[in-house]
Design a binder for this molecule. Structure first.
Ligand SMILES: O=P(O)(O)OC[C@H]1O[C@H](OP(=O)(O)OP(=O)(O)O)[C@H](O)[C@@H]1O
Ligand code: HPA
Ligand SMILES: [Mg+2]
Length: 179
C-alpha cells in the first residue's frame, strides 16, 4: 500500500497530538454536560477511538453511517443514510465526529437531520478540514488539521474501500485512480 502514496501528511504521532489538543478543548468546553458523540462511519472509526480517550467527561457514543462517495474520488451529490442512530438526540449536546470535511455536503446533511430531530446543540470535531473543497457553507468547530486540496487516504479514509488501515494520512498517487 505504501507504494500508492505520493506523500505522507500526518503520521500517528502527530494525529495523537491533535487528539490530545482537541480532547482537552472539548473537555473544557463541555464541562458539566454529558455530550453525545456521534461518530460517522466508516471513516471516523480510528479518529473516534483516539479522540474519545482524550476526553475526560461522562460522554456517550453512537454511530451513524452515511455514504456520499460511493467508491470514487469525488462526492456524489446524493447522500444516503445507511445506518441510523439508536438513541434519541432530542435535547442533547451532540458532537459529530468526522474523519474529513471536504465539500461539506455530508456534514450539512447530518446537521440538518440532527436539528430536525431536536438536538440542543450540534458541533463537529473532524480530523481533517479540507477548506478549499467546500461546495456548501458549513464549518468545522474542532479540526485536527487543515488539509491540502488533494485526495487523501489512510487512518480511516478510503479509496474504493481500501487504505483505511494505513497508520497515517497521505496523498494518494493520481495514477492509482486515473488508470
Ligand atoms: O464533505 P464531503 O465531501 O461530504 O466528504 C466527507 C465525507 O465523505 C467521506 O465519507 P464516505 O461517503 O466516503 O463514506 P465512508 O466514511 O464510509 O468512506 C468522509 O468520511 C466524510 O464522511
Ligand atoms: O480526500 C478524501 N479522501 C477520502 N475520502 C474523502 N471523502 C471526502 N474527501 C475525501
Ligand atoms: Mg469513503
Amino acid at each position: 500500500m505504501d507504494n500508492d502514496i505520493q506523500e505522507v501528511l500526518y503520521d500517528q504521532e502527530s494525529i495523537q497530538k491533535a487528539a490530545e489538543r482537541l480532547g482537552k478543548q472539548i473537555t473544557q468546553d463541555y464541562a458539566g454536560s454529558t455530550p453525545l458523540f456521534l461518530s460517522v462511519l466508516k471513516g471516523a472509526y480510528l479518529w473516534t477511538a483516539d479522540l474519545l480517550r482524550e476526553v475526560d467527561l461522562y460522554a456517550e457514543l453512537e454511530f451513524i453511517k452515511i455514504s456520499s462517495y460511493h467508491g470514487g474520488v469525488s462526492s456524489s451529490d446524493e447522500i444516503t443514510l445507511v445506518t441510523d442512530v439508536r438513541s434519541d438526540v432530542r435535547g442533547r449536546d451532540v458532537i459529530i465526529l468526522e474523519d474529513i470535511v471536504d465539500t461539506g455536503q455530508s456534514l450539512l446533511f447530518l446537521k440538518e437531520l440532527l436539528a430536525k430531530r431536536g438536538a440542543k446543540s450540534i458541533k463537529v470535531a473532524t480530523l481533517l478540514d479540507k477548506i478549499e473543497g467546500r461546495k456548501v457553507e458549513v464549518d468545522a468547530d474542532y479540526a485536527g488539521f487543515n488539509v491540502r486540496n488533494e485526495f487523501v487516504v489512510g487512518y480511516g479514509l478510503d479509496y474504493e474501500e481500501h487504505y483505511r488501515n494505513l497508520p497515517y494520512v497521505g496523498i494518494l498517487k493520481k495514477e492509482v485512480y486515473t488508470k
